[in-house]
Design a binder for this molecule. Structure first.
Ligand SMILES: C[S@@+](CC[C@H](N)C(=O)[O-])C[C@H]1O[C@@H](n2cnc3c(N)ncnc32)[C@H](O)[C@@H]1O
Length: 177
């Protein structure tokens, strides 16, 4: 049977996100921030979650039509305004391959009790492999741990070089509220 996750021909979901998806409270709402073509929101829709998709360009979701349970918010997260979802709480906050540092505290705040922060993006050292190489887009050592400290319980954390889907330096965390 094809699922929303497998029917889309784009990138496969991250193995890190897939690993922790079963721990997200059943049918709770999921935020996919800077979702791109929505590889992770497709995974969570297929698992029965409602999903809020945020990106400055949601054209990558056009094949999803009026999918049930999908809320689309096309907006610029870096325009200097306060985080637009500060009054909402999510069973999972999912962010991959995106970093805008001023948002980090608000993203931790957006995790509901028993919910998860699932974050994976490029880290310092990645400049050796190409882009992103701008320090604004690269996590510093321990930065995701610091983000979670005192607010979330860390289930897993890695800061390492990976070979796939392309050689890069990444940092990733799974943390529960
Ligand atoms: C490398 S893609 C990652 C997409 C997705 N998270 C994934 O891993 O497949 C980065 C995404 O961030 C979005 N983005 C970049 N700057 C943004 C901004 N200022 N506001 C909202 N989204 C932004 C881009 O449109 C793009 O979809």
């Amino acid at each position: 049977m094809q699922t929303l996750a497998s029917a889309h021909s784009g990138l496969a979901p991250s193995a890190w996100i897939c690993r922790f998806a079963p721990l997200v409270p059943r049918s709770g709402p999921v935020l996919d921030l800077a979702c791109g073509s929505g590889r992770h929101l497709r995974l969570f829709l297929a698992r029965g979650h409602s999903v809020t998709a945020v990106d400055k360009d949601l054209s990558g979701l056009s094949d999803l039509g009026g999918a049930a349970g999908l809320e689309r918010l096309e907006l610029d997260l870096e325009d200097g305004r306060p985080f637009p979802l500060s009054d909402r709480r999510f069973a999972a906050v999912v962010v991959t391959n995106y970093l805008h540092r001023p948002l980090l505290p608000a993203l931790v705040e957006a995790v509901a009790p028993s919910g998860l922060l699932l974050y994976e993006t490029f880290a310092e050292g990645n400049e050796r492999f190409g882009r992103p190489s701008n320090p604004d887009f690269l996590l510093t050592p321990g930065e995701l741990l610091e983000t979670a400290r005192g607010r979330l319980r860390v289930l897993a954390y890695e800061d390492l070089e990976v070979a796939t889907p392309k050689p890069s330096c990444v940092q990733r965390i799974a943390a529960i509220c």
